[in-house]
Ligand binder design. Structure first.
Ligand SMILES: [Zn+2]
Ligand SMILES: [Zn+2]
Length: 360
């Protein structure tokens, strides 16, 4: 008989889990493995709520195995390290993002692109090497191979830096890879949510001119006054859009609902790059002709490798970049999920895990 999640490992753990497709989260006892020789164990202090947590707890992608303890924007303080660990010591501030394993030997892994490894292991809801299911950061403790642990620089506040581990790297990586990181370039950012607001902050720190493109005109003040965007376009305002045609070097598109690509392609200069980081469930319409006329491209990008995630965090520390967050107690998490489904948050919920997760 298979052991229960509560007894399969020697270390007692507790958190909040969803048990079925209602996605309702409630207290949950489980267990974590003992610190292995290459492992870092840490006390979870904060965990961001990513939109994919919401999809996952409701099994909207059809891959969820219940019970699921979500959370892949996890930060905390190291409590124990394995005998072979070299990068971390007890007391260090650390984080774990979307993955806790990869094959470490394929072409992707060798190029520090563990995020594209076919055997990449997600931080929660995935089968680990020992056959047990991984559990995320809506919980009291976390254990991970040190390779997948990120060092959080001292000057970064831990609560605001949690979302960097997914939202941050998701937009930082394409800016670097697609060469949209040169000062003076003009970047469009479509959608001003968790991902979009991080894209604005990183691009501004890199010295770019940033234009936010949104369906809601009421986000203009926030985008320009608060986040420091240079301009704001209402995507439904054809006059405004016409005026901005052919002005952008690239666009980071964070929208995960079906939307029109044609107007975005039109906004770009020759050689412009439209990069998708949101994932609409249905196919988008893509006409080839507008791409030919201007040698434009549409690409994609998914999170980032560990080396680049560390680079992103260090960059964030240098420029004091953190997410704008609403810090919430664990028992608010179901309400937070409901609000998140209505995009009612500026811009990321972060759970104050250590101060609000009560043992039971
Ligand atoms: Zn995420
Ligand atoms: Zn690999």
């Amino acid at each position: 008989m298979a052991m229960s999640t509560e007894n399969e490992h020697p270390v007692k753990a507790f958190g909040w889990a969803a048990r079925d497709t209602t996605g309702h989260l409630s207290p949950f006892r489980f267990s974590r493995r003992a610190t292995g020789e290459n492992d870092v164990t840490f006390k979870v202090l904060y965990c961001g709520i990513c939109h994919s947590d919401l999809h996952n707890i409701k099994n909207e992608w059809g891959i969820t195995s219940y019970p699921v303890v979500p959370g892949h924007e996890i930060v905390g303080m190291v409590t124990e390290v394995g005998t072979k660990v070299t990068k971390f010591k007890v007391g260090d501030k650390v984080g774990v993002g979307c993955m806790v394993g990869s094959c470490r030997s394929c072409a992707n892994c060798k190029e520090d692109l563990e995020n594209y490894c076919p055997k990449m292991i997600l931080t929660y809801g995935a089968k680990y090497y020992d056959g047990t299911i991984t559990h995320g950061g809506y919980s009291d403790i976390m254990v991970s191979d040190e390779h997948f642990v990120i060092k959080i620089p001292d000057n970064l506040p831990l609560d605001g830096s949690a979302p960097l581990l997914c939202a941050g790297i998701t937009v930082y990586s394409p800016l670097k890879y697609y060469g949209l990181d040169k000062a003076g370039m003009h970047l469009g950012v479509v959608g001003l949510g968790g991902l979009g607001h991080m894209a604005v902050k990183f691009a501004k720190a890199m010295g770019l001119k940033v234009t936010v493109i949104s369906t809601s005109p009421n986000k203009k003040k926030e985008a320009t006054n608060h986040l420091g965007a240079d301009a704001f376009l209402v995507s439904r305002n054809t006059e405004e859009m016409e005026l901005a045609m052919g002005t952008m070097d690239g666009i980071i598109d964070t929208v995960s609902a079906v939307h029109a690509l044609l107007p975005l392609i039109g906004l770009m200069k020759t050689n412009g790059k439209l990069v998708m980081v949101g994932a609409p469930e249905k196919p988008l319409e893509l006409l080839a002709f507008p791409l030919l006329m201007g040698r434009k491209m549409v690409g994609g990008s998914g999170i980032g490798g560990i080396k680049e995630t560390q680079e992103m965090i260090d960059f964030a520390a240098k420029y004091n970049i953190v997410a704008d967050i609403e810090l919430i107690p664990m028992d608010y998490v179901n309400t937070a999920m409901e609000r998140l489904s209505k995009a009612d948050v500026k811009y990321r919920f972060v759970i104050d895990v250590a101060n609000s997760l009560k043992p039971f």
